[in-house]
Design a protein around this ligand. Structure first.
Ligand code: UDP
Length: 325
């Protein structure tokens, strides 16, 4: 299939582009490189530099390349930042997504996959969190994804759009060639590994007074390759109808457990210091991925935290300065 991957120079987008190419699909990456890296775009993909919210540019790309499906990764994606800069998320993510969907409607492209988020579930009543859990966004970031999910329902009904909304829990790990390289880095595992490499002095743990087994937040870390595979399975299944899935391993680890596992994997000292809570962080987020397992036969291949952190460590060790653009 001919697939447009917005944000395909970013972490999850580039790994998905790599997997799509390996599966024989034709890939066009659209990325403005504001957060992504040109070097992360796989060699076999066409590359268009630009904004996913640029209607004329997107329509041209859709028409000229005969695009049949869009995977939309391009997004602001930091819970903490969204609590400080709500409009960047409430307007930015929503406006870009809607503009892209409008361009698709104009060009008759009817398959869409949205990167959605576990931040739709601020204080879930039940852990692991299933798709039946009521949506209560935890931040303007989560709210922006919820707005797009709701728009998709209308577009399905009115325009016959087929979509998949994939709610990622915590993407982590790396492939041999592609890993996590954000500027500034705010995610736990890369920060822990940078500390192990001596690139920063310590990891600040955002709160140890949560109602969890050791007081630090529990998250469900899912390998980026497993996420990429879920996108491809969802793409192939869209002709049967729209899909909404929570995606995780179904097992949660505390921040302290992540640090401890990273100490084991790296054999290095990793200093920590307890700081205050980060606004917008729920205490515990673990996914139930029963629905995608049952309906699409998806299974995580790298479910174990140690192997997830090992793959990230290999990438960081072989790319000590991240991507060289
Ligand atoms: N975290 C932390 N220190 C850091 C970065 C993250 O304690 O320097 C915690 C954060 O509060 C959350 C977990 O690690 O509970 C995962 O955070 P991350 O930013 O990686 O992903 P998120 O859960 O926000 O998607």
């Amino acid at each position: 299939m001919k697939v447009l991957v917005t944000g395909g120079a970013g972490y999850i987008g580039s790994v998905t582009a790599e997997r799509l190419l390996a599966a024989g699909d034709q890939v066009t990456v659209l990325d403005d490189l504001s957060q992504g890296h040109r070097a992360a775009v796989p060699a076999g993909a066409d590359f268009v530099q630009g904004d996913a919210g640029d209607r004329p540019l997107v329509e041209r790309a859709l028409r000229e390349r005969g695009i049949e499906a869009v995977m939309h990764f391009a997004s602001f994606s930091l819970v903490g930042e969204s609590m400080q800069r709500p409009f960047k998320y409430l307007r930015g993510n929503t406006a870009t997504g809607l503009s892209l969907l409008e361009a698709m409607a104009e060009c008759g492209v009817r398959r869409f996959i949205l990167s959605s988020t576990a931040n739709l579930f601020d204080k879930p009543g039940r852990i692991p969190v299933a798709e039946t859990e009521p949506v209560v966004p935890g931040s303007p970031y989560g709210e922006s994804k919820h707005a797009l999910e709701r728009a998709l329902k209308w577009l399905e009904r009115i325009n016959g759009l087929r979509y998949a909304a994939l709610r990622y829990f915590n993407a982590a790990g790396a492939t041999a060639e592609r890993g996590e390289d954000h500027h500034p880095e705010t995610h736990l595992i890369p920060l822990v590994l940078k500390t192990a490499m001596g690139k920063q002095e310590k990891v600040v743990i955002y709160g140890d007074d949560y109602p969890t087994r050791d007081g630090t937040c529990v998250r469900d870390y899912i390998h980026v390759s497993d996420l990429a595979r879920a996108h491809i399975l969802a793409l192939r299944a869209l002709d049967r109808g729209s899909l909404v899935y929570n995606l995780g391993n179904g097992r949660g680890f505390t921040v302290s457990e992540v640090v401890e596992t990273a100490r084991e994997v790296t054999g290095r000292e990793i200093r920590t210091e307890v700081g205050s809570r980060r606004p917008g962080d729920p205490a515990e987020l673990v996914a139930s991925s029963e629905r995608i397992r049952k309906e699409l036969g998806w299974e995580p291949e790298h479910a174990d935290l140690k192997s997830i952190i090992s793959s990230a460590w290999e990438w960081h060790s072989s790319h000590p300065d991240g991507y060289i653009d």
